[in-house]
Design a protein around this ligand. Structure first.
Ligand SMILES: *[C@@H]1O[C@H](CO)[C@@H](O)[C@H](O)[C@H]1NC(C)=O
Length: 600
């Protein structure tokens, strides 16, 4: 005291440095200021004090001689003493808070914490007093290690726990996994919900989709920021969050947890929390992959780098593969790897090269299969890179390349004069082996799905209709997953005009979507989303039959019913209303002839 700028003479007892135990019973409000000013010694309890007694006021006011002559002015202005004292008190508290923060930064390390520890020891008994609490909390906040006993007391009291700084909470959490879990789990729920809301968004746009936001933008999201804040530089807490994410991923197979795992690491990377980044063996790999995701492409240089990290996983540390596979199972990573794979395949067609001769392509496949194998690896705890099936490279990918060639051939044929041959049909069948690959090989299926997206984006209706039947039965129903259907519906808007054709709609709806609608609620939702967006393109008769086919059943959830109602409403608006229908005759009354200038 005194150092804070407002000297308090006569009050050697003022400030937090006094009062072992004697303060108990003094709680709250105006009376607490008595602790700070003269009243502390006089031990007058407020309710016994005659409120308007001048001598009481003098004895218990701020004992500052120079102030005595000024106080009557306050009286003349009608400012109550309480208000005056309160503002002096607030001022002092501010100074004290500043002082505590300053102490935490000055002097030698051991000493400054000694001072703060003493301060805490003396002030902690006042922690429940609302006016003093901020000071005690501030002292704790600046202590790198709050004494165990104090932490226990804080933890045992809900209000105290709520009021303490995150720096203190971290110290509590690191030894209380369950409590930390309770804090984290609503955030994780929110995160998953936000992802699902985007995937099921009614707003289907060609310009904007699930994968549009850059990695940097994504990790500015509320949940990631909050989690990063909660973790701080605490490796133990970081480890706990990772353990939560692994466990939840294992339990739910929900790949968004993999995204969060990568986003969290990269968020700490942005903040340069080296204490954590340096000990996470996935850091450099994730950083490099993040750059690829930002570019939506894995270039040669980065491919080399990524390969180096994968090859560098040492014997005895294989469980790192579990974490790397989770990073690679992030849909944003898969999206980038798959898009790059398709690009490579097209380039190979142009270069007359087979997939097995392209090291970059092989690396992409290696990473794709590591990512696709994440769940199995974590489940089995066998940390080995999955073996790549040779036929994927020697049979499946060349088959995909032959589809690209078919397109080229067709396009060239179209341009040739064809008097003799007649119109050249687009190949309408798919090799049986192709369908089989999509059913039995996870990687083949993933690539096959991205190929369909690719040709849809190119508005290649012929290829789309040719390959669509292969999607009805796919490995683990991947073609009916939310991420694929989200992208497909988005890309289908590019083929919007085709929806007027009965044949196209029959293939797309009856041949694909409707085959899964009744057994998979999410598919039902995606078709309804699509129709909400494109119904005006669909021929009325087809629309009517689709509306019937998509009617919710008793088992349907709220989301489906809601979407269906929205669709019905929109279609009602499209139909001419009964009023319009009955009024039509009046429109047929002979119109008054309008003389036109030409007839004159
Ligand atoms: C269409 O699919 C591609 C994948 O080939 C994806 O990158 C793109 O974002 C999708 N477009 C829309 C509008 O969903």
């Amino acid at each position: 005291q005194g150092r804070g700028g407002v000297p308090i003479p006569g009050g050697g007892s003022g400030g937090v440095g006094n009062g072992e135990g004697e303060v108990h019973g003094w709680t709250g409000g105006a009376s607490s200021s008595l602790l700070w000013f003269g009243g502390w010694q006089s031990r007058v309890t407020p309710h016994l004090a005659p409120v308007r007694c001048l001598c009481w006021q003098t004895e218990n006011g701020v004992l500052l001689p120079s102030l005595q002559s000024a106080l009557p002015f306050l009286d003349l202005h009608g400012t109550p003493r309480l208000e005056f004292h309160q503002s002096v008190f607030d001022e002092l508290r501010e100074k004290l808070l500043e002082r505590v923060s300053a102490i935490a930064l000055e002097g030698k390390l051991e000493e400054r914490y000694k001072k703060l520890e003493d301060l805490l020891e003396k002030s902690f008994s006042l922690v429940k007093m609302p006016s003093i609490q901020p000071v005690v909390m501030c002292v704790m906040k600046h202590l790198p290690k709050v004494p165990e006993k104090k932490l226990k007391l804080v933890m045992a009291d809900k209000d105290l726990y709520k009021a303490c700084a995150v720096e203190v909470k971290r110290q509590i959490w690191q030894d209380n996994q369950a409590l930390f879990g309770d804090e984290v789990s609503p955030l994780l729920k929110q995160y998953i919900l936000e992802k699902e809301n985007i995937l099921f968004s009614n707003d289907i746009s060609v310009l904007h989709n699930f994968f549009s936001p850059s990695p940097k933008t994504r990790r500015q999201g509320e949940v990631v920021q909050k989690l990063t804040q909660m973790i701080g530089k605490n490796v133990k807490l970081y480890d706990m969050v990772l353990q939560f994410l692994r466990t939840l991923f294992l339990r739910t197979r929900n790949v968004h947890y993999c995204t969060l795992r990568a986003e969290l690491l990269m968020s700490l990377h942005d903040l340069e929390v080296n204490e954590i980044c340096n000990v996470d063996p996935c850091h450099k790999f994730t950083w490099c992959l993040d750059a690829c995701i930002r570019e939506k492409f894995v270039d040669n240089k980065r491919a080399r780098e990524l390969q180096g990290f994968l090859d560098g996983v040492k014997k005895g540390q294989e469980q790192v593969l579990g974490d790397l596979s989770m990073i690679l199972c992030d849909p944003f990573a898969i999206n980038t790897l798959a898009l790059s794979t398709i690009r490579h395949l097209q380039d190979l067609v142009g270069q007359d090269t087979l997939p097995r001769e392209s090291p970059d392509l092989l690396l992409l496949l290696r990473m794709l299969s590591l990512g696709q194998g994440a769940w199995d690896m974590i489940d089995s705890q066998v940390f080995k890179e999955p073996k790549m099936e040779a036929e994927l490279i020697t049979k499946f990918l060349p088959m995909l390349m032959s589809f690209v060639v078919d397109d080229h051939t067709f396009n060239v044929d179209q341009k040739l004069p064809s008097e003799e041959k007649g119109p050249i049909p687009y190949p309408s069948t798919i090799p049986e082996a192709y369908t089989k690959f999509l059913q039995e090989n996870r990687i083949a299926c993933e690539i096959g799905l991205y190929y369909i997206l690719h040709i849809t984006k190119q508005r290649n209706k012929n290829a789309f209709l040719r390959l669509l039947p292969a999607l009805v039965e796919t490995f683990s129903d991947l073609a009916f997953g939310d991420i694929f259907l989200h992208l497909l519906t988005g890309n289908l808007t590019l083929l919007g005009d085709e929806f007027a054709l009965e044949e196209f709609c029959t293939s797309l709806f009856d041949g694909f979507f409707l085959t899964a609608c009744s057994r998979k609620e999410n598919v039902h939702r995606h078709v309804l989303r699509l129709l909400l967006h494109l119904h005006h393109k669909v021929a009325p008769a087809k629309l009517e039959s689709l509306q019937k086919a998509l009617e919710p059943t008793k088992q349907s959830g709220e989301a489906v019913k809601e979407l269906y109602n929205q669709l019905t409403e929109k279609l009602e608006l499209r139909k001419p209303s009964p009023a319009e229908v009955t009024e039509t005759p009046s429109m047929e009354l002979p119109l008054p002839t309008v003389p036109t200038p030409a007839s004159r």
